[in-house]
Design a protein around this ligand. Structure first.
Ligand code: FAD
Length: 450
């Protein structure tokens, strides 16, 4: 069998669209696959998996292409490109949606919002539903609705032997457990079924404080989230104010700290909830108001178009101790370029109602997933953003839990993967050994079979 026999659109290096097809979100990644197969159907995926396995070809799996480490692509191998599998079927009566892996978070939002429903997921609309779900899924609705995997009801998966199987709580429950956090280790997921929550409009947006108030702002933020209901969400950030509307010109290019809030409780109570927040310090920007949920989910999409250089590192954080806050302020105040930033994403609220053993995602006792992101359009600044990121990350090691959210990890080695899955790692190895004994799917945060 040769490449010509494959179904799906086959793209090889001599094709004029090859460079476009191997371009992913992070422009720092420059991998050169031997072939990219753009699948349209489940049969295409089965065919490609069988072809690659029978020809001893390495494969990577691409959905949205957002993975920071570039795990959607493989040098010299075959990319199973799912980005054109974009069907979505919503059932507003059962409040469920079936999503193919080529959809982005914006696609899912657009389908669900029409019915006043939402899927808890991430904060940038262009992210692919495939990778974010299999790694966990953190975002504006985490405190109220949990992780994306907490809404996963069923997957259809093409295994390394080419079989298409269903995984849910009754059928292949071990696989279903592993898919909820274990990443792309077990097969190609060709369909996800999710439950949805009732969300239409929210009271949300960014609020900034001067960088000089960062230490007090972090303490205040920590305290308010500890006591607030799960209706209030906010991720803390260090950033540089973008030099563009709608930001006021006198703030352009200033280093500031801030929180992007999302309040999902009764709208008539929102002003009351935000009164103490607005009274803290001297907010220099307050864009918090009633907006549709998709407007919040897409708020930063224009600021982060595809094609920027990205380098990021991540931690799980249990406590924002005074020492940790000092480290954050020291490094966070020195965000090196306008797109670079640090975010602390809450993973408390209802995320804590699920035991670590219930899904492969093993860090429910954490209060935040922290990500330090060096971002810039200019490759000449790659070293600057990478060094800032690494130094900040290193300084936080004594204050972090060990391990990181796999969707925020670069290629950091096996020990770090084990540290991220903790007590669930051995069980993941067993599931991997059963469903992918030869480690056919290994271009990922890899769990090695026995
Ligand atoms: C700008 C930006 C914002 C982000 N914001 C958030 C956020 O708010 N919350 C959050 O949780 N994460 C966030 N992330 C991280 C994101 O979850 C990961 O980058 C994730 O891998 C993206 O999914 P994708 O489908 O786009 O990835 P891809 O790069 O296409 O795939 C990444 C890996 O996932 C696996 N994979 C993907 N699809 C499948 C599939 N269908 N079957 C089997 N394996 C598959 C494969 O191992 C693949 O290598 C963000 C990333 C970026 C770049």
């Amino acid at each position: 069998m040769s490449y010509q026999d494959l179904t799906g659109k086959v793209i090889v290096p001599k094709d004029p669209n090859y460079d476009e097809a191997r371009t992913i979100y992070n422009a720092m990644i420059d991998k050169k696959p031997a072939v990219i197969v753009t699948c349209k159907t489940k049969a295409d995926v089965i065919n490609v998996v069988n072809f690659a396995r029978d020809n001893n070809t390495e494969v990577s799996v691409r959905s949205g292409g957002h993975n920071g480490a570039g795990l959607a692509l493989v040098d010299g191998g075959l990319v199973v490109d799912l980005s054109e599998m974009k069907a979505i079927a919503i059932d507003p009566l059962s409040k469920t949606v079936i999503v193919q892996p080529g959809n982005t978070l914006s696609d899912v939002d657009a389908a669900t919002h029409e019915f006043g429903l939402a899927l808890p997921s991430g904060i940038i609309g262009t992210t692919g539903i495939g990778g974010i779900t299999l790694g966990g899924g953190l975002g504006y609705l985490s405190r109220k609705g949990g992780l994306t995997i907490d809404h996963l009801l069923e997957c259809e998966v093409v295994l390394s032997n080419g079989n298409l199987v269903v995984a849910n709580k009754d059928t292949n429950p071990d696989l279903f457990w592993a898919l909820r956090g274990g990443g792309g280790n077990f097969g190609v997921v060709v369909s996800f079924k999710f439950s949805l929550i009732d969300i239409k409009n929210v009271y949300a947006g960014p609020m900034f404080w001067p960088i000089e108030q960062a230490e007090e702002a972090m303490v205040f933020y920590d305290t308010i989230l500890k006591t607030a209901s799960n209706d209030l969400y906010g991720f803390f950030a260090f950033l540089i104010v973008p030099p563009a509307a709608p930001f006021p010109e006198h703030l352009w290019n200033q280093n500031v700290c801030g929180v992007v809030w999302n309040y999902t409780g009764p709208i008539e109570k929102a002003e009351e909830v935000f009164k103490p927040i607005r009274e803290f310090g001297t907010p220099i920007l307050d864009f918090v108001s009633e907006i549709p949920m998709p407007a919040l989910n897409g708020m930063f999409d224009a600021l982060y178009p595809p094609g920027l250089q990205w380098y990021w590192r991540a931690h799980y954080i249990k406590e924002l101790t005074p020492e940790a806050i000092k480290v954050n302020v020291t490094h966070g105040s020195k965000v090196p370029t306008m797109h670079s930033t640090m975010h602390l994403y809450p993973i408390d609220g209802v995320c804590h109602d699920v035991a670590n053993s219930e899904t492969a995602w093993a860090n429910r006792e954490a209060r935040w997933a922290q990500v330090i992101v060096g971002v810039d359009p200019n490759p000449a600044n790659a070293e600057t953003i990478t060094n800032w990121c690494k130094n900040y990350f290193d300084a936080l090691i004594p204050h972090a839990m060990g391990g990181a959210y796999v969707n925020f990890m670069m290629n950091e080695g096996q020990e770090r993967i084990k540290a991220s899955y903790k007590d669930n790692y051995e069980r993941l190895v067993q599931v991997k050994t059963k469903y992918d004994p030869n480690n056919f799917f290994h271009i990922n945060q890899n769990i090695k079979p026995q």
